[in-house]
Design a protein around this ligand. Structure first.
Ligand code: PLP
Length: 387
């Protein structure tokens, strides 16, 4: 087992940022109930409201339109519901349209159920088929309610970035509502909910260096809101009941502030990712990098090398001190064929590996990856292990 570790799995969970950790520890020490009116309660409330402002700023939104949840998955399940309200009036969404390459928290249609969830395909680069989207929305039966469209801003496996502005235009023309899952996009590409083409954004704390177990959705206004998923006390203006997870929200807020600043460092991250891809292609010219022709997040590469099985490779990398992923890591350690690659038209997508870097990734970590890859490829070729 290698003594030094190289953590190259930011898309699964980014390491906790020191600032987020400090904010969490401070919050743990002042953990009163933020709904209490005494001084301690008001101090806790200030922590939450500071975090809310930071999360709003990350997407150029307004603090009062941020609803904290326990995860992005919970935020998605809250938003993917047929039942909505517009002020005091009830509003109905007839169907949800998701992309075939979405994260499972959208893919399954949330509270719509399978019969009211429709999947729109992606092309070979992983980009949503815009003509197909326009066609299904044109055929949507408005008598059943408005069409809701939910799509990832950037893919967790390939890093492919969706043309959200165009998608938003198509959705608006059809009189629909657009939810964008910005879990992987946040802090990696600029996001602007005030631009008018996205109605709701979904965020997750642990993908931007905050703690696990905190997420949010951000609305573009307070006109239209989903029926809450968790009901009880009036926290989060009644849109998400339950005493707030103060420490997690504090850490999320601190991470959001840093993620906004980290946008400036995206070129260095891109250099490291490109170095990884160059080392893969120079050692295995038969490797395929998925989504490479499309706009991608600067931190992500997803590739397959013929003759290399992802499970075996993942274990070999781990033994060599390199943490990376065989596709998405959200499903309890299961490694199966990637539904994302399947949606992109790959017949037997069993051998794919994902490397995802972040602001703390070093060149030494990339070199450790390259050395481990060389050993793996030497074994593939049946040669003795290279040093
Ligand atoms: N959406 C995307 C694109 C993701 O990558 C993930 C997690 O990997 C999620 C949603 C779910 O986030 P959470 O872990 O906060 O539920």
């Amino acid at each position: 087992m290698a003594a030094t570790r190289a953590y190259l799995d930011y898309n699964a969970s980014a390491p906790l940022l020191p600032l987020a950790r400090a904010a969490m520890l401070a919050a743990l020490d002042s953990a009163a109930n933020a709904s209490s009116v005494h001084s301690e309660g008001r101090a806790a409330r200030r922590i939450i409201e500071d975090a809310r402002r930071n999360v709003a700023a990350l997407v150029n939104g307004q603090a009062e339109h941020v609803v904290f949840t326990s995860s992005a998955t919970e935020a998605a399940t809250t938003l993917l519901t047929p039942e909505w309200q517009m002020g005091r009036a009830r509003l109905r969404m007839g169907k949800v349209y998701v992309s075939a390459a979405d994260h499972p928290c959208l893919l399954n249609g949330g509270r719509f159920g399978a019969e009211r969830t429709a999947h729109v395909g992606v092309n070979a680069d992983g980009i949503l088929d815009l003509e197909a989207l326009a066609a299904v929305l044109a055929a949507h039966d408005k008598a059943e309610g408005l069409p809701l469209v939910a799509i990832h801003a950037a893919n967790n496996e390939t890093g492919v970035v969706q043309p959200l502005e165009e998608i938003g235009r198509i959705v608006k023309e059809a009189g629909g509502v657009l939810v964008a899952d910005a879990v992987q996009a946040a802090g990696r590409i600029p996001l602007d909910i005030s631009a008018g083409y996205i109605d709701f954004l979904i965020l997750s704390s642990h993908k931007i260096g905050g703690p696990q177990g905190a997420g949010a959705f951000v609305a573009c206004s307070d006109l239209m809101m989903p029926k809450p998923l968790v009901v009880g006390g009036g926290q989060e203006k009644g849109f998400r009941a339950g005493t707030e997870n103060l420490a997690a929200i504090a850490g999320f807020g601190a991470a959001a502030a840093q993620a906004l600043e980290a946008l400036a460092g995206v070129n260095e991250i891109c250099d490291l990712r490109d170095e990884i891809e160059a080392s893969v292609l120079s050692r295995a010219p038969d490797a395929e990098i998925f989504g490479r022709q499309a706009a991608r997040l600067a931190n992500t590469t997803f590739f397959a090398i013929p003759g290399i099985k992802s499970e075996t490779a993942q274990i070999a990398f781990d033994l060599a001190g390199v943490a990376l992923s065989a596709g998405s890591a959200c499903s309890s350690g299961k490694v199966g064929p990637s539904h994302v690659l399947k949606a992109m038209g790959h017949e037997n997508p069993e051998g794919a590996l994902r490397v995802s870097v972040g602001p703390a990734t070093t060149r030494a970590e990339v070199q450790q990856f390259t050395a481990a890859l060389s050993s793996l490829l030497a074994r593939r070729a049946g040669k003795p292990q290279a040093a």
